[in-house]
Design a binder for this molecule. Structure first.
Ligand SMILES: [Ca+2]
Ligand SMILES: [Ca+2]
Length: 505
């Protein structure tokens, strides 16, 4: 028999609310949820063609430079978005959804790690993927997660009782009555080191179906006890020290809880509606070696017509064998001094009415109650169009055409691409317009005058560099360099000594 028992550590998170909310709450669209964001700036740039003529978009190749005129990226304008990046910047233009993030980008994209101090000793349960835990990996982008915090006011109580000293109580849901489900059962043993004996159900199982609606008292001297939900598995598979009795009376409260909320780890086993489908081997031919598989449907809410799934809850001296209602709620007894419960689920792989083979025990799910969830979100806006760059340092950037002759006649204008250290997506819109440069008009103010001469001189002396467009206008001789010959020609132009045409070049 395969048996998997996962013991989850307790999940109570105290005092977290006060610690987290004021520090992390931010941003208008996230109201009160703490928000954790991708940890490096990322930008999306939309490039629009505002100009049509004989030039086609295929001719458009852009380059992007930082303030030091170092190229950080270049690419094309077409749908392929072929982008090349430099200096630690990444192209995420094609990262449109979570799947592409996982397949292509997860290696270098990361989001802020949650403060480990907040979650020390706590289990964190993501809403959408119950098998995924924080602390063991990075968060999924764009997902919603929660963790649990203590909130006694959330607990809905429906009753109370006092349990006598040296007594175990087994409260069996009346829905078990007459079900004929002999799979749902347990036995009780003194734990290792406890020499006391229980008065019943150590040598024979307590079948829930025989005791529906009963509250059974079992005499058991103060100490720790094991529960064996599967009876025939032997000592190795008992749930150890799950149950304990006290030498004096103890109070219990009956709490009305939603199973999927209070025992969220069970969502790794079943759906939120407390059902699940499980594949099983229907037949096996020893002759051909062929195996046939089929699906069995389980419903933890008491529909045992096909397959059996049973749950019970242990708190202190009390076992509640409760069947969830249609909405997935149960009433379980909790030790009033120590509001904890451990749930046990077990399912039978062979329908019990046929025969008792292939039974399997399920998982242990511990939790402390009451608790409530505090949600937090990890938002990420995946770029849908334009081109997107990740890990973009805060700086001012400029875009030019890669084909320098394009810059003479066309300009890329729009919002300045000034990035900040913000971790939210920074979006820029750029347009291509037709705008001829004037030869000699280095600062592009429409005039060729002494200001341009000063800029040219500064460049020639190495005092100040020129950007792509400035270089084009300063290179009077059109030999690819800005040197003293260009400076002298420009000076002659401004003085009217040796004019050149500023319009066509
Ligand atoms: Ca000028
Ligand atoms: Ca030149």
């Amino acid at each position: 028999m395969s048996k998997k028992v996962k013991t989850m550590s307790a999940v109570l998170a105290a005092v977290m609310l006060a610690n987290v909310m004021p520090a992390q709450a931010s941003s208008a669209d996230d109201d009160e949820m703490p928000v954790y964001r991708i940890n490096k700036p990322y930008i999306t740039i939309h490039l629009e063609n505002d100009y049509t003529d004989e030039k086609t978009e295929d001719n458009w190749k852009w380059e992007m430079y930082d303030t030091h005129m170092s190229k950080v990226a270049n690419g094309t304008f077409d749908e392929q978005k072929s982008v090349t990046t430099y200096g630690g910047i990444y192209d995420i233009s094609k990262m449109h959804d979570y799947d592409t993030y996982i397949s292509k980008y997860a290696l270098f994209l990361d989001i802020d790690r949650l403060d480990p101090q907040l979650f020390r000793g706590k289990d964190i349960h993501p809403v959408k993927d119950p098998t995924f835990y924080l602390g063991t990996g990075s968060l999924k982008l764009g997902e919603t997660y929660y963790y649990e915090v203590e909130d006694p006011s959330q607990l809905e109580l429906k009753g109370e009782m006092t349990v006598n000293s040296d007594t175990i109580i087994v409260d069996v849901d009346k829905k078990h009555s007459g079900s004929g489900d002999t799979f749902s059962r347990l036995q009780i043993y003194p734990s290792m080191g406890n020499n006391a004996a229980v008065s019943a159900y150590e040598n024979e199982p307590l079948y829930f179906c025989d005791h529906g609606g009963e509250t059974i008292a079992v005499s058991a001297p103060e100490g720790e006890y094991d529960i064996d939900p599967n009876v025939q598995d032997g000592p190795d598979y008992r749930e150890k020290r799950l149950l304990r009795t006290y030498g004096k009376k103890r109070d219990y409260v009956l709490a009305h809880v939603k199973v999927s909320e209070y025992f969220p780890t069970m969502l790794s086993v079943m759906n939120e509606d407390l059902t699940f489908d499980k594949q099983y081997e229907k037949s096996y031919s020893a002759r051909t070696g062929e195996r046939e598989y089929a699906i069995r449907h389980y419903d933890a809410r008491g529909d045992d017509s096909g397959n059996v799934l049973t749950t019970f809850y242990v708190s202190g001296s009390v076992i509640t064998a409760a069947v969830p209602d249609a909405e997935g709620y149960v009433d379980i007894w909790l030790d009033a001094e120590d509001l904890k419960a451990t749930m046990f689920t077990a399912f039978s792989e062979g329908a019990y009415r046929e025969e008792f083979q292939n039974t399997q025990s399920g998982d242990i799910h511990g939790c402390e109650v009451p608790m409530k969830k505090l949600y937090f979100r990890v938002p990420f806006r995946f770029p849908q169009n334009g081109f997107s760059l990740y890990n973009v340092p805060a700086d001012s950037y400029k875009m030019f055409f890669r084909d320098k002759s394009m810059n003479k006649h066309y300009a890329i204008v729009g919002d300045d691409i000034v990035t900040t250290d913000d971790k939210q997506q920074q979006v820029f819109n750029c347009k291509v317009i037709k705008r001829d440069l004037k030869l000699g008009d280095i600062n592009n103010d429409g005039d060729v005058n002494v200001t341009d001469v000063v800029l040219s001189a500064a460049c020639v002396k190495g005092v100040r560099g020129l950007d792509v467009n400035e270089q084009i206008c300063a290179d009077i001789k059109a030999d690819g360099n800005v040197d003293v010959t260009d400076l002298m020609s420009l000076a002659a132009q401004v003085k009217g000594i040796r004019p050149f045409s500023t319009e066509k070049f």
